[in-house]
Design a protein around this ligand. Structure first.
Ligand code: ARG
Length: 581
């Protein structure tokens, strides 16, 4: 149980004893921490429902409150708020268990948060998906869910046909293009990753300009999907080349998928799904294409049908998502599926979710599109490179690492550690800067990419938190060297110790809130708040050189708890942290 759950249970008991619904006893952190630690607003609502005076009702609840061991102060404020302060000994005793929240009924969840496309550079949308999805995965795992992260590669659409036809035009003599050749084909790819990445924009531009060229791409897509051996072999090379490079970039970003499945993995299920849908009258033919209608009478906006197969018989993005849901249901049997994908795909997911619900494949209430806003450049448009091109993850990581290195030098940090460690610290600071900036913005908001601000060691930034953590570690290490002794029982004496204890005790609530709302920024706020109260505590309280042995041991214990909790939060956010800086 979280701190707020415990307090709510006690308050709920008092409401019930006063003959009222226990649900009115919900406790919350005080809106005005200068006036109270916690508050309960339930008396106001209860009084409204019972047409009673709220202050009198609040008093009748307080009269029933039998919790002298928990509360040091209980008072009615304003129109009928109940303000609460905890007893220091009760608060201190709780800190030992200040771990993450444990979900009462854990689920098995698939989280789809990659979506990189073969041969296309990752764009900003993919970066945010990876950062936010990785954190949501960790938050859910810590709560007890079994979570399977899937990269869901974009490896099956028209872009594959564009690439195949492009290479066919450039190098028609390759064995892959002989329709009669059934293989085997060479093990080594005919081109490099660089060739592949250069070929994609050329192919895509050519198809846009020239209808006959676009037709070749569509034909190649269809032939690939129909299983033409040379095209399949070539496709495999393209996917392998791309995935090997993606794995390196994602690993540097601290993002790690359990499954590297792609759209293509669900393709074998398409014929049987189509047959099933057709037999039940759900798949209709319209203008030669196979569609599933998903509109409802209650719709306020237009809800076009999904195109399951186009008039040529090729499947696209809708169909692969439908088939992937069926595939995951069979292979994994999850209770729920989460999709961390750009806000621009809201219509797409709404259509897909409705279609699978209509078909009885998966309950749409258990499918969540956790969309997110855009990372914009200073011009307010989706972030681009200085040359106006799409962001490549590799270049991006290099850019933030470079900036982090400059910042470390400016701040006189990580000096004299040798080249390897300094490089490692710079990379970690850069990645933490980038990830924290992304995560600390509410998921559904857009934000502006500002490298200077994100890499600053001041303010609510990743580098500030990394530094705070390293500093606490160094305080503890120095205390150990100075023979300050071991951590002991926590005894709260001064306000700074109390504030620190209250912040520590809020972890499970922050975790739960972040989990339930699927908003990692709540944990960023928690970590930042904790680091700030630690600073105040450190400025006000002696630690290693405190003369009073009990206070010294208690402060060492508090500092250790803060260090350990920051580690836990960093882990939930997926932030790397150097041991020292
Ligand atoms: N590859 C897609 C894109 O780049 C994103 C895939 C997201 N996941 C999904 N199941 N549709 O737009």
């Amino acid at each position: 149980m979280t701190l707020l759950d415990d307090l709510s249970a006690v308050l709920g008991g008092a409401f019930a004893a006063a003959g009222l619904d226990a649900a009115y006893g919900r406790a919350a952190r005080a809106d005005r921490p200068d006036l109270a630690q916690f508050q309960c607003n339930g008396a106001l609502a209860a009084a409204k429902a019972a047409k009673q005076n709220p202050r009198a009702l609040a008093q009748s609840v307080i009269d029933k409150l039998d919790a002298a061991d928990i509360f040091a102060d209980v008072a009615i404020a304003g129109p009928g708020f109940i303000n609460l302060a905890l007893r220091d000994d009760w608060l201190a005793a709780r800190l030992g268990e200040a771990g993450p929240w444990a979900r009462p009924a854990p689920e098995k969840i698939v989280i789809d948060y990659g979506g990189p496309n073969v041969a296309k550079p990752l764009h900003v949308g993919h970066l945010r998906a990876a950062i936010i999805g990785e954190s949501l995965k960790r938050i859910a795992r810590a709560a007890g869910d079994t979570v399977i992260g899937d990269a869901h590669l974009g490896d099956w659409g028209l872009q594959m046909g564009q690439l195949i036809s492009e290479l066919e035009l450039r190098q028609p003599d390759l064995p892959y293009f002989d329709a009669a050749n059934k293989g085997p084909f060479p093990d080594a790819p005919p081109i490099t990753l660089g060739d592949l990445e250069a070929m994609y924009p050329a192919a895509s531009a050519a198809c846009k300009e020239d209808e006959a060229r676009a037709e070749l791409a569509r034909e190649a897509t269809k032939a690939l999907q129909d299983g033409r051996p040379g095209y399949r072999a070539l496709w495999r090379h393209f996917v392998d080349l791309s995935v090997a490079a993606m794995k390196v970039d994602y690993a540097d970003l601290g993002v790690d998928f359990d499954l590297w499945n792609g759209e293509a993995d669900a393709d074998p299920l398409i014929p049987e799904i189509a047959e099933d849908l057709r037999a039940r009258g759900l798949l209709e033919t319209s203008d030669g294409a196979d569609i599933i209608r998903v509109a409802r009478d209650s719709d306020k906006k237009e809800m076009p049908p999904i195109i399951f197969r186009n008039s040529r018989g090729a499947v696209g993005y809708h169909a692969t998502d439908v088939a992937t849901i069926v595939d995951r249901t069979r292979a994994i049997g999850p209770d729920r599926m989460l999709y961390v994908v750009d806000a621009r795909q809201r219509l797409h997911f709404e259509q897909v979710f409705r279609a699978v619900d209509r078909a009885g494949y998966f309950d749409e209430d258990k499918l969540e599109h956790l969309w997110f806003g855009t990372m914009n450049g200073k011009d307010g448009k989706p972030f681009k490179t200085r040359e106006g091109g799409t962001l490549k993850l590799r270049d991006f990581i290099d850019m933030v690492t470079e900036k982090a290195r400059e910042r470390l030098v400016e701040n006189g940090l990580a000096e004299g550690y040798g080249e390897a460690e300094t490089n490692d610290i710079a990379q970690k600071v850069g990645i933490a800067a980038l990830k924290f900036a992304d995560l600390s913005n509410p998921r559904t908001s857009d934000y502006i990419f500002d490298l200077d601000r994100f890499t600053s060691f001041e303010g609510k930034t990743g580098p500030y938190l990394l530094y705070a953590r390293a500093r606490i570690r160094s305080v503890l290490a120095k205390a150990a060297v100075a023979g300050a002794g071991e951590a002991g029982p926590i005894v709260i004496g001064v306000a700074e110790e109390r504030d620190l204890a209250l912040a520590l005790a809020g972890f499970a609530d922050a975790h739960r809130d972040a989990y339930e709302k699927r908003l990692p920024h709540i944990l960023c706020d928690h970590a930042f708040g904790l680091a700030q109260v630690f600073s105040k505590f450190y400025a006000a309280c002696r630690i290693a050189d405190e003369a009073d042995e009990t206070a010294r041991a208690s402060r060492i214990a508090l500092a250790e708890l803060v260090a350990a909790q920051l580690d836990q939060v960093f882990d939930l956010l997926g932030l790397p942290a150097p041991e020292r800086m």
